[in-house]
Design a protein around this ligand. Structure first.
Ligand code: ADP
Ligand code: MG
Length: 264
């Protein structure tokens, strides 16, 4: 089990976005976002569907090119970096997992190493990565369909970490999982983030998850960052209207549950 309370010295990079924008015709998917993210932080990006979260994330690893502004990772403009090299430095995990169905788990995990031309030590690295995400090493030889959704998403995390990226971008990574599996993966990811000293940006539409997981929460609406605060600030109602509207959802659920408990 991965349990680390002590934060490793951060190896993850700082990120800065300067007036970043992406248009699709008349739609401003991301509109004038400027941000500095500290090395080693775990930032949650929350907002309703269509608010621009995925577009923002995909500009960082150059799956989408900005139509305005720029992105620097550890002080380097990503435009100057070959996208393939950039993506080796950035782990990317997304909701639909995207394992290759006809490849065993070991090859799914090592695919980034294979693409990078790493020939030696792949098997050893796969074993290390399985340990890291708390999967038994025997799983290396299984096929994706033989694993549960939660196990598949652990493989997704292992694959993203294979090339030892300092930065992890996660787009609703646990959204499709049942709540119990999801809670334990969220816990374990947070421990991994700390242990490896990563910088992580995680997209979620679940404010409760963001409050629990993140050092800092960004609320997106219509392509803009409408709130930027710590979980404590969000909970104390000092982070503005957009934040308050999202905090109200888990708060109402909790109150509803407490009211129900009083009736049994
Ligand atoms: P989120 O991840 O918060 O749900 P997205 O970043 O996916 O939001 O989308 C933001 C906006 O940009 C939406 O209005 C969406 O329809 C639009 N959009 C995203 N990708 C494209 C695309 N490839 N072509 C046209 N419009 C897009
Ligand atoms: Mg999205």
């Amino acid at each position: 089990m991965i349990r680390m309370n002590v934060k490793a010295s951060a190896s993850g990079p700082a990120i800065s976005l300067h007036n970043l924008g992406r248009r699709y015709g008349a739609i401003k998917a991301v509109d004038g976002v400027s941000l500095d993210i500290a090395a080693g932080s775990l930032v949650a990006l929350v907002g309703l569907s269509g608010s621009g979260k995925s577009t923002l994330l995909k500009m960082i690893n150059r799956l989408v090119e900005p139509t305005a502004g720029e992105i620097c990772i550890a002080g380097e403009n990503v435009k100057a970096v070959d996208p393939h090299i950039l993506r080796r430095r950035i782990g990317y995990v997304f909701q639909n997992i995207g394992l290759f169905p006809h490849m065993p788990i070991a090859r799914n995990i090592a695919i980034g190493l294979e693409l990078a031309g790493t020939k030696t030590g792949r098997q050893k690295r796969v074993a290390e990565l399985l340990d890291l995400v708390d999967l038994p090493r025997e799983m290396a030889d299984r096929m994706p369909h033989q694993l549960s959704g939660g196990q598949q998403q652990r493989v997704g995390v292992a694959r993203a970490l294979a090339t030892r990226p300092g930065l992890m971008l996660m787009d609703e990574p646990f959204g499709a999982l049942d709540p119990v599996t999801r809670d334990s993966l969220v816990d374990e990811y947070k421990a991994l983030h700390n242990k490896l000293g990563l910088t992580t940006i995680i997209v979620t539409h679940d404010m409760a998850e963001a409050l629990y997981l993140a050092d800092r929460i960004l609320v997106m609406e219509g392509g803009e960052i409408k709130a930027d605060a710590t979980p404590a600030e969000m909970l104390s109602g000092n982070a503005g209207e957009a934040a308050e509207a999202l905090v109200a959802i888990p708060r109402a659920q909790a109150e509803h549950l407490i009211a129900l408990e009083k009736t049994v």
